[in-house]
Design a protein around this ligand. Sequence first.
Ligand code: ATP
Ligand code: MG
Length: 396
Amino acid sequence: MNKYLLKLGEIVLKGRNRFIFEKRLKENLKQKLNDDIISLKNWGGVFYLETKKDVSEDLKKFFGIRKIGIAQEFILFEDLKNFLFKMPFLKYNFEVKRADKNYPLNSLEIKQKIIDILKTAGKIFDSKEKIKFTIEYRDGKFFYLENIDGLGGLPVGSSGKGLALLSAGFDSPVASYLAMKRGLKVVFLHFHSYPQTGKEVLEAIENLVKILSQYNLSSELYLMNILELQKFYFQNIPKEYLVIFYRRSMFRLAEKLAQEVKAKTLITGENLGQVASQTVENLSVISEATNLFVFRPLLGFNKEEIIELSKKIGTFEISQKKFEDCCSLFIPEKVKTKAKLETIKKIEEKIYSKINKLEINIFSKKEYINYHPYFPHSSSSSSSSSSSSSGHTPSS
Ligand code: ATP
Ligand code: MG
C-alpha cells in the first residue's frame, strides 16, 4: 500500500468557497486515480490518500496540489525511531510539524528529541543541509514524509469550462495547460483544411490532446473543416486581410461551439507581437468577432519561455515538427499589421450572407472525439451524419 499527504496550497485561501474547491479536488483525484484509491480523506488543507500502487507520477501532473508528501505512517514514536535509525545517511536536515495539538511535546521539542536519538546512531543534524524529510504528527500518528513539488494551481473544472483553439504549434497547447492550471476544464477545437492539409496534423492534434488530458483528466476534441471558407476568402478578400478574416471566422465558430458545450471563455495561444496578426490592433479587430472573453495566457511570454514550458508539459516533441496546417495555406506574403475595424466590417458586410452560409455548413459538419482519462480507450463520434474514429480520415 502507498500513502500520501497532499498539501492543497491556494485552495486553503479560498475562505467560504473552500469546500467547493476541495470537493472538486476530491472528484478529480477519484477520476484520475480511479481503481487505485483505497481511501481518500480530507483533513482540512491536507488530503490523506492511500493507494494500491505508486501514483506519484500521476500526482505530479495534477492541478490543485502544492506538495506531495510520500508518507510512512507510525503509530508509536518507537517505531518511527527505529525507522529513522535505518536511514542511509550521515548528515541530515528535517522539519517537524505538529498538526494534532494533543501530542504532549510541541514541534520544537519533538525535533530535539529526534536529533538526540539520531546522535546516538552517529547521524549528524545540520541545519545547512537540504531538508530531506518532514515529520508530521496528525490524526494521532507520526508521518515520515518525503516531499515532491506538485503543480499547485486550482483543480481543473473549479473555474468552469473554456474552449481552447488548438493548433499543432508550441503556443496553444501551452496556453491550454495554463488555462487548466487556473481551474478551467478545457474543451479543444481544431480547424483543418483536409484534404489540402494532411492527416499528419490531425494525428499531431490528437496526440497533443492525449498529453494534455493527463492534466485535463478527460477531454473533448472538436474538428472543423474550413477549407471551403478559406477558398472563398482567398478569392474575395484583399490578400493582406486574409489572416484577419480567417481568425474572425474561427472566433465566431468557436463562440457557437462554446455555447453548445457551455464554455465560458475562449483560450488561444496568441502572443503579443509574435506574428503580424498578433499586434494590439489586429488582436482587437479579431476579438471583436466574439462576445466571449478571450483568455490569452501567453500574451506576455517570450518564445523561449513558451518552449521551456512545452518541454515540461510534454508537448514539445510534437509541436517541434513542422506541419502544414490550415493557417499556413492560402497565406499571402504581406499581412496588414494595423487593421482598422471599419475597413474589415465594410468588406465583411458585403459578403456576410455567403460567409454565414459557409460557417453554418462548417458547424453542422463538425466532428467530435472524446478522450477518457487513460487514453487507450478513446472513443469518438460525430455531431453530424459523418462519423469519425480515432485515427480517422476527416470528411472534407
Ligand atoms: P501556435 O504555435 O499555438 O499554433 P502560432 O504561433 O502558430 O500559435 P497563430 O498561427 O497566429 O500562432 O495562431 C494564433 C492562435 O490561433 C493559436 O495559438 C491558436 O490558439 C489559434 N489557432 C491557430 N491555428 C489554429 C487552428 N488550425 N485551429 C484552431 N486554432 C488555431
Ligand atoms: Mg499556428
